[in-house]
Structures are given as C-alpha cells and as structure tokens.
Design a protein around this ligand. Structure first.
Ligand SMILES: *[C@@H]1O[C@H](CO)[C@@H](O)[C@H](O)[C@H]1NC(C)=O
Ligand SMILES: *[C@@H]1O[C@H](CO)[C@@H](O)[C@H](O)[C@H]1NC(C)=O
Ligand SMILES: *[C@@H]1O[C@H](CO)[C@@H](O)[C@H](O)[C@H]1NC(C)=O
Ligand SMILES: *[C@@H]1O[C@H](CO)[C@@H](O)[C@H](O)[C@H]1NC(C)=O
Ligand SMILES: *[C@@H]1O[C@H](CO)[C@@H](O)[C@H](O)[C@H]1NC(C)=O
Ligand SMILES: *[C@@H]1O[C@H](CO)[C@@H](O)[C@H](O)[C@H]1NC(C)=O
Ligand SMILES: *[C@@H]1O[C@H](CO)[C@@H](O)[C@H](O)[C@H]1NC(C)=O
Ligand SMILES: *[C@@H]1O[C@H](CO)[C@@H](O)[C@H](O)[C@H]1NC(C)=O
Length: 764
C-alpha cells in the first residue's frame, strides 16, 4: 500500500513538469536552467524585489496588463543566457515584482515614473500526542467542541513542503474544503484530499515539487492541523494519539524553503510568491516558521506579505526565532504579526545519569535501547585536551581509550548524531551530552543511535564536579521512558528569541509563548538505527518553529468561534488571557537561568486557548493604525508605501509613537529625571457579557507610579468601546539610568473576566 502510494507521488510529480504549467505566469522559465552563477558573478546580477506605484487613476483590467506595466521597468526581458529577467509578478503581497538586475540597472530604474524602491532579496532560515491535552483542548470539553476542531478553516503553511503520504494528512472524517476555497494541489490533484487542500512550491521563479526534503514542513503542518493518528511515538516513547491543534482544519502547503547544498533556507522572491498565492487561494491563517532577524520591515518579505494578509483578515503567525538567550535578536517583530516564542512542555523522555557516588541527574534521550545494561562504566572527558573541538567531541577518539566507556561531550560544535558516530566508531559505550551556558536547562529528546543522555546545564556542572573530584569516576544511564509532570512547566526555552526589539520602536515581543520543546509530530522518515518499515513516522523537534503552528492551529479554532474578529482582535484575545504562572504556582521561569521570565522572553505569557475564546475585552487595531505607527517610526514615504501597497505621504498622516498603538501589551519610555512623566491611552471593545463593569488593578513597575483614568469601565452593550489613559511618573527616590527596564501588569477585572496586559517601562 505504502509503496504504491509512493510511486503515485513520483508519477504525478513528473507529470506536472510537463502538463500543468498553464497557471504559471512565466511558463517559459520552466524550460530553462537555474540562473547561471557565472553570469551572475561576472555582472553582479542579483534578484531584486522592486516596488512600483501605479499611475493615479490606472486600473488594470487583466493581470497581464499589470505584468506588462511591471515589464516596462526592465531594460529588456531576457538575460544573455536566455533566462527571463522577471521571476515573479506580484499582485496581492506587494505592488511590484522580483527580477534579476544589476545595481546599475536598478539605479537607472529609479528615475522612472512610478518606481518606489528596490532591494536585493534577503535569505530566510528555519527557525502531538500530548500538547493538545496540555492546552486544555480535547474532544469533550475545552475549545475543540465549540470550534468543531477548526472545521472549515484553511491554514496556509509557508515552509519546506510536505510528505503527503503521511497518515497525519489522510482525510478520514474530513469534510470538503469551504466553498470560498480556490486553491489546488498544483502538482497533481490526486494527491490532494480533504485534509490537504492545496500545495504549491516556488523556487527561482518557477513552480516545483512541494515534496518536503527537509522534514520541517511536514512537522509543522502536522502540529497545526494533523489528523488523528493512533499509536504515534518516537522509538516507543510518548506513545499515544497524535493530532494537530485544529484536527479538522484544512492544510494548504506553500513550499518556499528549499535545500540549498544541505542547508534549508528561502528567499524573498519565492516567499512573496508563496504568500501571494496563499492570499489568492483564500487561506484563513498563515503559519510561518521562518524569518530573519536582520532585515527592516520595508525590505522583509515576511513582514510585507503579512501586512497584505492582515488587511484581508488573514492572521499572520510567525516564529520569533531561536537566537535566545541573547537579547534583541528576534525575527518577525512587526506589530501586525502574531509573534510566537517557545516554551517547554512537562513531558520528558527520561535518561537518568547515575554517578558512581549514587547521585542521579535527570537528562533526556529519545533513543532508549533495552539492550543497554545500566552498569557503572568509566568516564572519558575529551575536553581535557583543551580545544573547542575536543570539548564538543569532534575529535579523534583514537588516543582516548573510550572502549566500553561513557564519553562526556559539551553540546557544541557538531550535532549529536555526528558525536554519536565518532564515539561509536571508537568503541565507546555511551555518551553524555552536556548543555553549555546559553542552553541552560532546555534539553532535547534526540535519537543519536548511541545510548545517550542530554543533561541540563546545572546537572552538567555537577557531573563535571564529580568527575574532577575522584580518580575513578564512573556513571551509567538508566532509561526511564516517558515521564510527565516535569516542574516547573511551562518555562521559556533557552533558545527562544528575546526582545526588546530594536526595530519596532520597543513594542513588546514575542507576543506569546507556546509549546516548542520536544514536540512530537509527523516526520517523513523513520528515526533511529533500526528501521521497521512503518509509515507512522514521528519525531521530536524543538524550536519556535514548533511553537508557531500550535498558535496557528488555535487561531483556526478561534476563527470558528469568532468569525468576525479581526487579526488584531484574535491576537488580543490570546495575549490578554495568556498564563503567567507555571505548574508550581510561580511566575513562568526562563530556562536560561531559572529565574522569572521577563516580558521580553515570554511576552504576555503562555497561550491559554480556552480562556482566549472568551476574553471579555479586546484591544483592536485597524490596518490604518499601523500606517500612523510606521510614519511615526521615521520610515520614509516610499518605505511606508512599499509596505502598505499604496501611496502614503507621512506629512499628511497623524503620526503616533509606537507606545500609542492600541496594542494589548504596554511599553513606554520614561525619562530618568525624577520629574519625567509620559502618558498613553488605550481603547477596549467589549466582547464579553453586555452588562459588565471592570475595575482597574495595576501591579506598578518598581519605582514607577501608574495612574489610570477612569478606574472603572462600565459597559452596557456588546461591541461597545471605551478608552482610558495611563500616566507614568517616578515614585520613590531611585535613580535610573538610560536603558534600564522595569516591568508591571495592568489588569481590568470583572467578576468573570481578567484582561491582563504586561507593562514594560524603559528609562531614557
Ligand atoms: C559565484 O560567487 C559565489 C559567491 O561569491 C561563489 O560561491 C561561486 O562559486 C561563484 N560561482 C562561479 C561560477 O564563479
Ligand atoms: C538585455 O540587457 C542586457 C544588459 O543590458 C544585455 O547584456 C543583453 O544583451 C540584453 N539582451 C537582449 C536579448 O537584448
Ligand atoms: C502504543 O499504545 C498502544 C495502545 O495502548 C499499544 O497497543 C501499542 O503497542 C503501543 N506502542 C508502543 C510502541 O509502545
Ligand atoms: C570538526 O573537526 C574537524 C577536524 O578537526 C574540523 O575540520 C571541523 O571543522 C570540525 N567541525 C566543526 C563543526 O567544528
Ligand atoms: C578504579 O576502577 C577500576 C575498575 O572499576 C578498579 O579496578 C580500580 O581498582 C579502581 N581504582 C581506584 C583507585 O578506585
Ligand atoms: C522513573 O520511572 C518510574 C516509573 O514510571 C517513576 O515512578 C519514577 O519517578 C521515575 N524516576 C524519576 C527519577 O523520575
Ligand atoms: C536571567 O536572564 C535574564 C535574561 O537574560 C536576565 O535579565 C536576568 O537578569 C538573569 N537573572 C539572573 C539571576 O542572572
Ligand atoms: C491618546 O494619547 C495620544 C498621545 O498621548 C493623544 O494624542 C490622543 O489625543 C489621546 N487620545 C485620547 C482619546 O485620549
């Protein structure tokens, strides 16, 4: 059965290349080779994203008229090599196109009427059985029932494609896609079903095969909306029924990340095209586990396309990236994006390290061979060779006598599979992979194919201390299977990117955190050393990439229970109801150093889908509010126009500070002088019970006085709006220096609702 399906895949993929190019804008490009590097190098040819502005009053009757107009900006249509210059003509994400040009040619274009701006394209990188239950979603209660498990919603996955044969994407129990759906499986309709309702892939200006050659796209799609699969496990661990967050939602796949010489990444031109197609197809949600932390919004394809999507009511969810715990390196921090950080779940695939002195250290591994006898074995510590490679076990073990011993490796330099193979080849019995300082307490359940345990930093320090304290150090690994209830949970994963954002004017990001540590979801291939030939293949992955589809799936549920909510309203509902406390009753911790997480690590807190379904109040935003904000940020007219797809003259726009955006979290800048004050205001919309009275509760940041007027909000109708002002001033005699940040909370409380916004005050 399985092999039969596989051959079908290949058949239809091959067929597509020849028969179904009719929908392609630039069909001829299919026949030509990929851009010739030599030509590109010789002439400094790059792919540019070019923004142009329609002459006033022009309406394009047909798309080809728009394409002709775009083409008129090019010096000519083809390069010497015969390749077309234009890769994509965009319609919905930006007013503009992607084309191969030299800097001189772009300069010449700048003088042309209607030219707005151009930039060379940027590169973007990647950034369950158990989590639905943990988030309070299940068949009988919670949010799955009222939201019909996301039925009728389409989640667009902007990623590395899909393995369409995986059981997570079979369509048992799935209704057909909604009437408005206009997407398709462009590479062979028989592979589409009621679960997988669309698939397209874009690379270098052409459509290609959406088959996932990385695994990432399959995993995130399964997490967002995978169907139910029984007996899902990774090498026997975490066995149970797997499903996505919205098991009855449909998936549309837009492959824009490709394997470039062993590294998976994507480029602006393809990403813009993927999202252009997703908007055309009418997705409800964009799930984007990719990004770049280096690019300003007016040059950032993800940010620009997300803006276009948001104006059409599509909710853009994107990963904050995995550059934690370092401050201010963050992707997708534009305020119109729902930015997701990663938390850990309370499940551990336990691999206990028992030392010769009896001490037990808790670590993890998803490879737990029964054949491993848990007896004390001598330890070898290559790091004593005092090179970085040796500390990471990327070193010849020939002179280290590792035979039947356990090797201690720091978790750096090379991945665990490579470490494992070096040690296995040298006759080593097992390895202990120790977190380095920036990995803190966040461990991974990996499948290295060698008995192993990944220890958190605190345990690693104890292990090394023990090793140093005795001439004859020994240890063993006890595989203890899947354990639940790890405390504290949730916690911010060490790798999750942190603010404060240096680009968005200080708006708190990420917006929320969601499960992103050791997430079990669909995987195209079997893992571990002994394949069994099953098609139900799953793997654990960690990252904000995994957190993002959790949120995308939950958004599909909320779209069903609240079809009229704007993207900003959905975001507000998720943020103001997020959890601040963990399963020990303490504030959510940061796994980097086990202290309470800052708002720049966890945003408003941990996603709480059931509460988000009934938030009481929402902080709404109209797309035009972001125009005021962008002008206020100091962007030029052209930069703002490129993002919002229409001519904007900032001098004629009411400009606001970032803190004035009606955002569900509150950030202000306050002077260090004791007399300094600052004020912001907010408007809330009543989406709870008609007659509700809210009173204010403020947890003031240290040294800061917060006055809120009015202190009571009295609503008598649903959808009624009320505004309030917040004034911040100094309290006490503390001296602050510029750049210091203090945190607090603002809460509107009724008998039934608690609407909470984190506050961050940055001294200037
Ligand atoms: C073109 O330039 C890139 C980067 O500078 C280089 O990696 C590549 O080998 C060059 N290609 C050719 C054909 O010279
Ligand atoms: C197009 O323009 C480029 C650069 O100006 C030139 O080298 C090339 O020969 C032109 N191609 C054609 C077909 O005219
Ligand atoms: C997973 O659980 C099911 C149901 O309890 C059981 O039948 C199956 O054997 C388990 N699989 C593994 C690999 O443990
Ligand atoms: C691993 O060691 C080899 C040989 O010393 C070296 O060439 C390579 O760069 C190292 N790998 C990493 C990731 O440092
Ligand atoms: C060290 O351990 C080995 C084997 O476990 C044992 O033979 C030896 O006597 C021990 N040495 C000391 C000093 O304890
Ligand atoms: C190991 O597993 C057993 C049985 O599931 C459990 O009771 C015990 O607490 C686990 N050990 C540790 C150290 O968590
Ligand atoms: C823990 O890390 C956070 C984020 O880097 C930092 O703000 C905080 O001061 C640290 N706490 C301690 C006790 O080191
Ligand atoms: C809100 O605050 C801004 C900036 O302080 C001010 O311009 C605006 O008038 C205020 N709006 C309301 C409704 O109070």
């Amino acid at each position: 059965m399985e092999t039969h399906q596989k051959s079908l895949v290949i058949h239809f993929l091959a067929a597509f290349l020849f028969v179904s190019s009719s929908h392609l804008l630039l069909a001829q490009s299919q026949l030509l080779p990929i851009i010739n590097d030599q030509v590109a190098n010789a002439t400094q040819m790059h792919t540019y994203i070019v923004h142009v502005e329609k002459p006033k009053g022009t309406k394009f009757l047909h798309f080809r008229d728009r394409v002709n107009w775009y083409t008129s900006f090019l010096p000519n249509n083809t390069l010497d090599s015969g390749e077309p210059r234009m890769l994509y003509a965009y319609r919905r994400v930006i007013s503009g196109f992607a084309a191969r040009l030299t800097p001189e040619e772009v300069e010449a274009m700048e003088a042309m009427d209607g030219f707005l701006l151009a930039h060379p394209e940027n590169e973007y990188v990647l950034k369950t059985t158990y989590t639905p239950k943990m988030l309070g979603l299940n068949q009988w209660g919670g949010l799955w029932y009222p939201s019909t498990l996301g039925q009728g919603r389409v989640i667009g996955m902007i990623d590395s494609g899909i393995d369409p044969t995986h059981p997570s994407f079979q369509d048992d129990g799935m209704p057909p896609p909604p009437n408005y759906w206009s997407g398709n499986c462009y590479w062979g309709p028989p592979l589409c079903n009621n679960k997988l309702v669309g698939a397209a892939a874009f690379k270098y200006g052409r459509t290609t095969n959406p088959q996932d050659d990385d695994g990432h796209g399959t995993h995130v799609a399964g997490t967002a909306a995978g169907n139910f699969v029984n007996d899902a496990h990774v090498l026997g661990n975490a066995n149970g029924t797997a499903s996505g967050m919205a098991p009855r939602a449909h998936l549309a796949i837009y492959k824009v990340l490709h394997d470039f010489q062993g590294k998976t990444s994507g480029f602006d031109s393809d990403i813009l095209k993927g999202i252009d197609q997703a908007i055309r197809d009418d997705v409800d949600i964009l799930s984007m586990s990719l990004g770049s932390s280096r690019v300003p919004d007016y040059q950032n394809g993800v940010a620009k396309a997300s803006f276009a999507a948001m104006t059409r009511g599509i909710v853009p969810c994107a990963a904050a990236a995995n550059d934690g715990p370092f401050k201010s390196i963050m992707a997708n921090d534009a305020p119109w994006i729902l930015t997701v950080g990663a938390s850990t779940v309370s499940r551990r695939i336990q691999a206990i390290v028992r030392l010769g002195n009896g001490m037990e250290l808790l670590g993890e591994s998803a490879y737990q061979p029964e054949s491993f006898e848990s007896k004390q074995l001598p330890l070898v510590y290559p790091c004593d060779l005092r090179t970085a490679d040796a500390c990471g076990c990327n070193v010849s073990m020939a002179n280290l006598d590792v035979q039947d011993k356990i090797v201690l490796c720091w978790k750096t330099i090379i991945d665990v599979h490579q470490k494992a193979s070096i040690i296995r080849n040298a006759g080593g019995a097992a390895m202990i992979v120790m977190n380095v300082w920036d990995q803190g307490e966040t461990t991974g359940a990996e499948t290295p194919g060698l008995p192993a345990s990944n220890l958190p930093l605190s345990a690693a320090k104890q292990l090394v201390k023990y090793f140093r304290s005795t001439a004859n150090a020994t240890a063993t690994i006890i595989f203890n299977g899947t354990q639940f209830g790890a405390r504290p949970t949730p916690a911010v994963a060490s790798f999750s990117s942190r603010g404060p954002s240096l680009r968005n004017g200080g708006i708190i990001k990420p917006d929320i955190i969601a499960p992103g540590g050791n997430i079990l979801a669909a995987w195209p291939w079997e893992v571990g050393p002994n394949p069994t030939g099953t098609s139900k293949t799953f793997d654990f992955l960690s990252g904000t990439s995994m957190a993002t589809p959790h949120v995308s799936g939950v958004v599909a549920l909320l779209k069903n229970t609240h079809p009229n909510w704007s993207p900003a309203a959905i975001k507000s509902a998720l943020m103001t109801t997020a959890r601040r406390f963990d399963n020990t009753g303490n504030l959510i911790a940061d796994q980097f150093n086990d202290t309470a997480a800052s708002v720049f690590a966890m945003g408003s807190g941990h996603i709480n889908p059931v509460a988000a379904n009934d938030p009481g109040l929402i902080y709404d935003l109209h797309y035009y509010d972001y125009v005021h904000y962008l002008c206020g940020l100091g962007y030029t007219d052209r930069q703002v126009s490129a993002i919002v797809r229409g001519r904007v003259y900032c001098s004629q726009v009411h400009q606001i500070r970032p803190e004035d955006l009606n955002y569900p979290s509150i950030m202000v800048h306050l002077g260090t002088s004791p007399s300094a004050t600052t004020a912001v205001n907010r408007t809330v919309t009543n989406v709870g019970d008609a007659d509700t009275v809210y009173t204010i509760e403020v947890e003031e940041p240290e040294g800061v006085r917060v006055d809120v007027t009015p202190a009571t909000l009295q609503f008598s109708q649903v959808d009624e709006k009320q505004s309030f002002d917040l004034t911040f001033s100094h309290k006490g005699s503390q001296q602050w220096s510029a750049g210091e940040v203090v945190e607090g909370q603002l809460k509107w409380v009724s008998g039934k609702y608690l609407v909470r916004s984190p506050i961050a005050v940055t001294f200037l």
